[in-house]
Design a protein around this ligand. Structure first.
Ligand code: FAD
Length: 412
């Protein structure tokens, strides 16, 4: 006998959405984690969403009743435009908190410290509550455990180096010289926010030029929809492939690995261009060779066409994330070694189930098997319902009550 049928670890968009679907199916479950913690505590103050407003909605069983548009309608926010952003972080947080309050009211703010297999299921140990056993587990812990800091920067101590995911308040660098390393959205937006907050910023990017997205057209005609199919992830025919796990899964392994790296990045949103180009000092085609503390900060040795070194007070690594499930602090070797992986990513089925029956992963770690949407909130629309139904099937069709069967039929 288990304490709960399903334990969901993590309360970001994926965990919350799966909980909402399981509630809709009346499947007994426990969801743990700090609600939208990545967004409340790690996204930089003043940030704007990369995803369009309609693509920032967390999937819910009731269709559009809990999307960003519904939230804005109910709260009289008349300036909302569903198609064209950018949506502010603050509004997304208000929306996400409302979603949580309405659909996941039983969320428990606890942290899992260890997950182990027990007969027919799992046992989770916590930092702050008694252990819980569950027949099935969904790991929805996002990307933060996989922060990537390249070897050439890794030797700097934390007073001199931070990752973009830990640069919550760019204003603390006012009046200081800061090097931001990277050319993706996080690096570019952090550089813009630092500059606007009064820091002296040097952006160091390996690419020969920053690539920028085009603005989304505010209106699309019927023909426009054919030329530019709209998905939650993005718009255009390539997006149909990137946003469909079923089509994505039919691609060769080499193509899936390449698409996971290149689809929708690296690069910046169109609304960042004027805040970076000609404003922030950018060193393109430049690579950091080494970094060493010096009297007032850090000296970076560079390889590139314009500068061979820079001296700054602080370095911010906008160098993304490198998925490797063995880095998950709560996954002991005994369990991680029984999960089949590809380049550190768990091999998962269409519903997110790993090679360990009853153990599911969602979000960025599943990108090689679900597609680029797994890295974005859009992915909740392609995964949460399918996963919830898979979990519900294992929960035991035979034991289901009449209302549960009706709920399952409704979601089908
Ligand atoms: C700065 C930044 C900007 C982004 N902008 C966008 C954007 O505009 N649009 C977009 O679609 N995506 C964006 N992303 C990607 C974003 O991470 C995902 O879209 C989304 O947050 C993924 O949801 P998730 O549920 O997988 O993970 P997360 O949102 O990261 O949530 C994971 C949750 O798990 C919890 N957790 C972790 N470990 C444990 C544990 N041991 N026990 C209990 N709980 C735990 C965490 O506290 C957290 O609440 C951005 C990411 C970053 C870092």
């Amino acid at each position: 006998m288990f304490d709960t049928e399903v334990l969901i670890i993590g309360a970001g968009p994926f965990g919350l959405s799966i909980s909402a679907y399981l509630t809709g199916l009346r499947i007994d479950h426990l969801i743990v984690g700090k609600a939208l913690n990545t967004w409340h505590s790690h996204a930089p103050i003043g940030m704007l969403m990369k995803s369009e407003p309609y693509g920032s909605a967390i999937a819910a069983p009731d269709g559009t009743s809990y999307d960003v548009a519904a939230y804005c309608r109910l709260h009289g926010l008349d300036d909302y435009n569903d198609r064209v952003g950018p949506l502010t972080l603050d509004r997304f947080l208000d929306y996400g908190d409302w979603y949580t309050e309405k659909l996941v009211p039983d969320l428990q703010d606890n942290t899992v410290t260890e997950l182990a297999r027990v007969d027919g299921g799992f046992r989770a140990t916590f930092a702050d509550r008694a252990p819980v056993t569950a027949r099935q587990v969904v790991v929805a812990t996002g990307v933060l455990p996989y922060r990537n800091v390249p070897a050439e920067l890794a030797g700097l101590d934390s007073a001199l180096l931070t990752h973009t995911a830990d640069t919550r308040d760019p204003g603390v660098f006012k009046g200081r010289r800061v090097a931001v390393v990277g050319g993706g959205q996080s690096a570019l937006e952090t550089a813009a926010l630092l500059h606007e907050g009064g820091a002296d910023v040097q952006l160091i990017a390996r690419s020969s030029a920053i690539s920028w997205t085009e603005p989304t057209p505010e209106h699309l005609s019927a023909l426009g929809h054919i030329a530019r199919p709209v998905t939650k992830l993005c718009e255009g025919w390539a997006c149909v492939l990137w946003n469909s796990p079923s089509i994505f899964r039919r691609q060769s392994e080499a193509r899936r690995i390449r698409l996971a790296k290149t689809a929708l990045g690296p690069g910046g949103s169109w609304w960042l261009k004027d805040r970076v180009e000609g404003v922030v000092d950018v060193l393109n085609s430049t690579r950091v060779k080494s970094a060493a503390p010096e009297k007032d900060g850090v000296r970076l040795e560079l390889e590139g066409p314009t500068r061979s070194s820079v001296s700054v007070d602080h370095v911010i690594a906008g160098t993304g994330f490198r998925i490797d499930i063995t880095r998950l602090p709560f996954l002991p070797e005994a369990l991680s070694s029984s999960i089949n992986t590809l380049n550190g990513h768990p091999v998962v089925s269409r519903s997110g189930e790993t090679s360990v029956p009853g153990l599911y992963f969602v979000g960025a770690p599943t990108v090689l098997f679900i597609g680029p949407s797994a890295r974005f909130i859009a992915g909740t629309h392609t995964v949460s319902e399918v996963l919830a139904k898979s979990v519900a099937r294992r929960a035991g069709a035979g034991k289901r009550s009449e209302p549960q069967q009706q709920a399952l039929a409704h979601v089908s």
